[in-house]
Ligand binder design. Structure first.
Ligand code: MRU
Length: 357
């Protein structure tokens, strides 16, 4: 998608270096950063220079390519793969991508291993783009249907950033929106700010602006009253891990939006590629929920009057804060899942019909 009119992807490989857009600097600065070692890739995932489930999976895949360039000894690769998987706990795409890479390179000769790993990392990215594009085409049908009934602007609420910046291109939750906009269906997006890191305000609003899609940032607590007032036609969110039962783990606050949507008969959709499905865990209480530093709550970063990025403390110094990064929306609150293979009920039957037939 575009930034200042130029097409970008979020990650690419050039001259033995992995290039990423440093998302900790957005929206105030657009900086392309080089990752040269597997440690750089792990740090980029941990510090959220790259974030979003599909993109951290792709970064881990390229991280293994960097590890091979450094030292293709099996012990080093095994340790690197473990460190990559442990760099963030909740999004399943990380483990999915590392397992896929390790399977591909196991038993491969040292003179071929780099080529094979590099092709697989590129394939993971190409596949994600295709999957996100298909999610967009499938989700477009829902937006079209609402538009045909309403004959007016379709108001869509989204949470966090499940946009192209969280994937390689298109995004998951945003892909139907981009496709609708391309088809000239009028859309307007309510963008949840998404405290504490503000991925909605800093990333979703930024990328929608760059594609000229009307959007309005709202405080995270505003969605409820907008739904009561009939100002939300549908919600679409992404996910970091969706269980085979249809339960959806996503950015903290998603669950409250789903409850509000249910109470107001607003359809609540979750968009996901199959790489985000966890077929193993049966009970959502077993999903590891990341707890991040309380400093993400107590401090905020922004531009000062001279245009310099500055971080300031907003809480009393003596106050304690707690920062859980994800929550789980039970399947019963999800209207449907929008996947690369089609739209299905959020249930084991729905997912199995699409993926395991
Ligand atoms: O903590 P983050 O910013 O990595 O969390 C990302 C989200 O919760 C996204 O909504 C999710 O990964 C889906 S991305 C297509």
């Amino acid at each position: 998608m575009k930034i200042e009119g130029k097409e970008y992807r979020t990650i690419w490989f050039e001259n033995n270096v992995v290039k990423i857009i440093d998302q900790t600097k957005l929206p105030h600065k657009f900086i392309i950063k080089d990752l040269k070692t597997v440690k750089d890739a792990i740090k980029a995932i941990k510090t959220m220079e790259v974030r979003g489930a599909p993109l951290i999976g792709a970064t881990a895949a390229y991280g293994l390519v960097l590890a091979i360039i450094e030292n293709n000894d099996q012990t080093f690769l095994k340790k690197s793969s473990e460190d990559l998987i442990n760099s963030r706990p909740t999004a399943i795409n990380l483990k999915w991508a590392v397992d896929r890479m390790m399977k591909k390179i196991s038993g491969v000769n040292s003179d071929q291993i780099l080529n094979i790993a590099l092709n697989e990392a590129k394939e993971i990215c190409e596949e994600d783009i295709k999957f996100c594009e298909n999610i967009g085409l499938n989700g477009l049908k829902i937006i079209e249907e609402i538009y045909n009934k309403k004959k007016g602007t379709v108001n869509i609420l989204t949470h966090c950033n499940a946009g192209w910046l969280a994937t390689i291109n298109w995004g998951t939750a945003t892909s139907p929106i981009y496709h609708a906009h391309k088809k000239k269906i009028p859309v307007h997006v309510w963008v949840d700010e998404t405290r504490p890191r503000n991925q909605g305000a800093n990333l979703t609003s930024y990328e929608l602006n760059e594609e000229q899609i009307p959007n309005t940032i709202i405080a995270d607590n505003t969605g409820g009253i907008l739904m009561q007032r009939g100002e939300v036609d549908m919600c679409i969110v992404g996910t970091d891990r969706t269980l085979a039962t249809g339960d959806v783990c996503n950015k903290i606050g998603t669950y409250l939006k789903a409850l509000s949507a249910k109470d107001n008969n607003v359809p609540f959709y979750v968009a996901l590629p199959s790489s985000t499905i966890d077929w193993n865990i049966k009970n959502y209480k077993e999903i590891p929920i990341e707890e991040r530093s309380s400093e993400e709550l107590s401090h905020v970063e922004g531009l000062d009057e001279s245009g310099n990025v500055k971080k300031i403390q907003v809480y009393p110094k003596k106050s304690k804060a707690m920062n859980l990064a994800f929550d789980v929306t039970p399947a019963k609150y999800v209207t449907a899942l929008i996947t690369e293979k089609g739209i299905c009920e959020a249930s084991s039957k729905g997912l199995e019909n699409l993926f395991k037939r």
